[in-house]
Design a protein around this ligand. Structure first.
Ligand code: NOJ
Length: 564
């Protein structure tokens, strides 16, 4: 047993939270010491609202790295089509595909030069339809990216605006508006001509910011336009047309890129919220059932602003990404050292859920294409992964799986930059399907691959793990099935946190007790619920029931059915 386990005050005396439905609140009254982190008004609402998104298991698929069928070394839509049976087998029901649109690829496709086209390296519009329809037959929905904040500098809109000083699709400052000393304000880039002046960029210089106006004027920045100026209005209309195009082809919604930054200088995101709220109303009228999820990182702000859901991210929101970072990256809770805490996340999540009420959902990825890391980050050992997955698939947010995480693919160090990845290439490597050439990703010569395959001879593969019932992949699949089978484990049921140290222990839907111990040391926890004595384990390893408590081995995890 861990020496200091008695110092870690267990169970309810430390802190306990209850969130969720009225039934759970009624149950809570019988448990002394329970703190309600939510008001009874919001707690009576079903977290997640009525959208299908609340029940989703989301899989982020990086198309260039997933499966290559034409032998050019880059993944394609036909590859996605071929692998839909795998995703179906795994149990995910929603796929977010990163951009597949025509692009000069200075930012891996987030620099779009045609919003309604398909980059030939991925296939054609017919391939999109084929993927969407085949996915739908398997009960899988597809989300695309909506990159509303900027286009490529090769987009015809931008090329036209270079020729026409009266064009306001982008944010331009004319020479007389710019400082007389020749300097440029932050984020501005000198015009490549012939239009004189400078334009506002969003991320890279190749990504001119689309003009949605500024929330307020500033005499020192005379280029600012109001949100209802002609350029911003045209851009809103254009984005609706783009959404309409893809939704009419059968996709189910969008992951909205850099959603917080559309309207510039917008304290409190008031105008940004109005803009997304307008898109949301339009969506509900014209494409009911479609969803918008945001790259925002602050669900308490973004969901009230109009989104159906928002991801926790390494940046933005309370503590600038603290809820996500405290779990996965900076002295994280999910670490063998056992020096982190889950309380930062639990508190932030409780507050966000309280604010959101039933209006939408929080969404949690362990990694994404920007995080430049994976659960397998070179520090964590494989035996640490199950506890993390058990948490991910039993907490009332929308679990978001980044391709390859389900087999424990690692972030590969030392790779070259590709298409503006700038350090993010380490977790964009090709999916490892089997032991064939290029791990079954592609028939191309190895030097033609989008990125090298993880060179580790012991790299995990889907094929090997499918053949091993004790593999991570099978665990992830079982956890997904459990969650889908038991609404108590989903977004719509409450969570009562017993301890947020080591182990993190909580009860879902007043039925399932979940305990996870990411640390290497054994710990104990008291469980103030008499049902624990007769609970039965539905998943887990290294957890023993003893009286009114649990002994949890290092890296132990369990889901226990307390009965109803
Ligand atoms: C957010 C995307 O996730 C990221 O990959 C991209 O580089 C930036 N937006 C800028 O387009």
């Amino acid at each position: 047993m861990r020496g200091d386990s008695r110092d870690r005050t267990p169970a309810v005396s430390r802190r306990s939270f209850l969130l969720g439905t009225s039934a759970a609140l009624a149950g809570a009254a019988a448990v002394p010491g329970v703190v309600h982190a939510s008001s009874s008004r919001t707690a009576r609402l079903r977290p997640g609202g009525s959208s299908w998104l609340a029940d989703a298991i989301l899989y982020e698929l990086y198309p260039q790295s997933f499966a290559d069928t034409d032998g050019d070394g880059i993944g394609d839509l036909a590859g996605v089509l071929e692998r839909l049976d795998y995703l179906d087998w795994l149990g995910v029901d929603t796929v977010w595909m990163n951009p597949i649109f025509p692009s000069p690829l200075t930012d891996a496709g987030y620099d779009i030069s045609d919003y309604t086209g398909v980059h030939p390296r991925y296939g054609t519009a017919d391939d999109v339809v084929a993927v969407v329809e085949a996915a739908r037959r398997r009960g899988i929905r597809i989300l695309f990216d909506l990159v509303a904040g900027h286009s490529s500098d090769q987009h015809p809109w931008f090329l036209r605006s270079l020729e026409d000083e009266t064009d306001h699709r982008y944010i331009w400052a004319s020479p007389e508006q710019l400082p007389g000393d020749g300097s440029l304000p932050e984020e501005f880039v000198a015009s490549p001509g012939p239009r004189p002046g400078a334009f506002y960029m969003n991320y890279y210089e190749t990504q001119p910011a689309i003009n949605y106006g500024y929330a307020r004027s500033n005499p020192d920045e005379p280029w600012r336009q109001p949100v209802d100026a002609e350029g911003p209005r045209r851009n809103r209309e254009a984005m609706r047309e783009i959404m309409d195009h893809w939704l009419s082809m059968g996709i189910s919604g969008f992951r909205c890129d850099m959603a917080a930054t559309l309207v510039k200088d917008d304290p409190g995101w008031v105008e940004t919220g109005k803009l997304w709220g307008e898109f949301r109303s339009w969506l509900e009228t014209h494409h009911p059932g479609a969803v918008m999820v945001s790259e925002w990182g602050d669900p308490a702000t973004s969901v009230p602003a109009g989104f159906h859901g928002d991801f926790y991210l390494p940046v933005n929101g309370p503590g600038d990404g603290a809820p996500w970072r405290s779990l996965w990256r900076d002295d994280p809770y999910f670490s063998a050292s056992g020096t982190g805490t889950a309380s930062t996340f639990v508190r932030a999540w409780s507050e966000a859920t309280d604010t959101i009420g039933g209006a939408g959902v929080t969404m949690m990825p362990i990694a994404n294409h920007d995080s430049a890391t994976r659960l397998n980050d070179g520090v964590r050992a494989a035996e640490e992964f199950p506890a993390a997955w058990t948490f991910l698939l039993t907490w009332p947010f929308v679990p978001t799986l980044y391709y390859g995480e389900e087999i424990g693919m690692r972030a590969v160090p030392g790779l070259p930059d590709v298409e503006g990845s700038q350090g993010r290439q380490n977790n964009r490597t090709p999916m490892q399907w089997d032991d064939g050439p290029n791990a079954g990703f592609s028939d191309a010569p190895a030097d033609k691959l989008y990125l090298p395959i993880d060179p580790d001879p012991a790299r995990p593969t889907v094929a090997a793990q499918i053949g091993d019932p004790d593999s991570l992949l099978h665990l992830v699949r079982r956890l997904i099935r459990l969650r889908k089978h038991h609404p108590e484990l989903g977004v719509g049921s409450d969570v009562r946190v017993l301890t947020d140290g080591y182990p993190l222990t909580y009860v879902r839907g007043d039925r399932f007790l979940v305990t996870v111990n990411p640390s290497r040391d054994a710990v104990t926890v008291d469980v103030p619920d008499e049902r624990i004595e007769h609970a039965h384990r539905v998943e887990g390893r290294g957890v023993r029931i003893g009286g009114r408590g649990l002994a949890v081995d290092g890296f132990g995890y369990a889901i226990l059915d307390l009965g109803r």
